[in-house]
Design a protein around this ligand. Sequence first.
Ligand code: SF4
Length: 325
Amino acid sequence: MMDDVEFIAEMEGKVNSGVEIRLPEAQRLLNTTDVQILAESANRIAQRFSEGLIDVEMLLNAKSGSCPEDCSFCAQSSFYESKINKYPLLSKETILGRAQTAKASGANSFCLVCAYKSPPDSDFNHICDIIEHIKKYLEIDVNVSLGFMTKERAERLKMIGVKRYNHNLETSETYFSQICTTHDFSDRVNTARIVKEAGLELCCGGIIGMGENSLQRLELAYSIRDLLPDEVPINILIPKPGTPFENLHGVSPIDAIKTIAVWRFLMPTPIIKVAAGREVYFKDNDNMALKAGANGIITGGYLTTNGNDPGRDLEMIRDIGINPA
Ligand code: SF4
């Protein structure tokens, strides 16, 4: 039997020639102890398929808290007593100001995120009006995350110039009932499909470290891959006080690196973005993820968690010899 180094090289060759990695092969990659070799191999795949560019995105939590869903990891759920700043949909001026800041900070995309199951018509119309304004006056890609979608709404977002719609699967189908009871996995898949059918780019990822096992982590990756996403955010659980997952411990940095690397073997072409948890788990070594197959970051903070300063992140990217997109 070939050793791990030979096996990783063979899998890299398969990916480069367009052959898909099968589940037992992905499991062997994930179990390797040659993490450095695995990471370097995943990095070469990323460089080969992404022209060596890093996507830098800035988020705005434009409507915080009071979500009617019960996702056990989420501080924005109305089911839990989390001490977060809750507010209704922000004003047009505030959102435009943040879009300008994103542009000035060097981000190439701006993602408007709102905690809804689905926005009421008045909020959806307000959001569309703001997006039209941003598209008219600022040269920046606009992405949105607004919960579950209908075909008509997705088509309208496409028409006004939204580039990408975020809707994560969160965890594997076999573990989903452990993280949420108010909707199910198929509801999430359904919105992801609607988004693609409307011609929007799909941003679809998940959260690792919520108690799932390593097989379920791979199942999640395969489910995401089947949706043909353009971007795949990998979040690492930041346990939020007041939520049912407040006492979980996420994953070790090594497991996070291995997950990022193996997901790159499974999905060579999409942007793989290291999202929430990057600063918490990798601390000042967060460039490790960008050398293990990831080619995107979120800068300047997350929905209910602070992040790094954009200037520091852009410097980190240049330090490792790659260019922001
Ligand atoms: S993850 Fe999304 S749907 Fe679930 S509670 Fe949080 S905001 Fe609501």
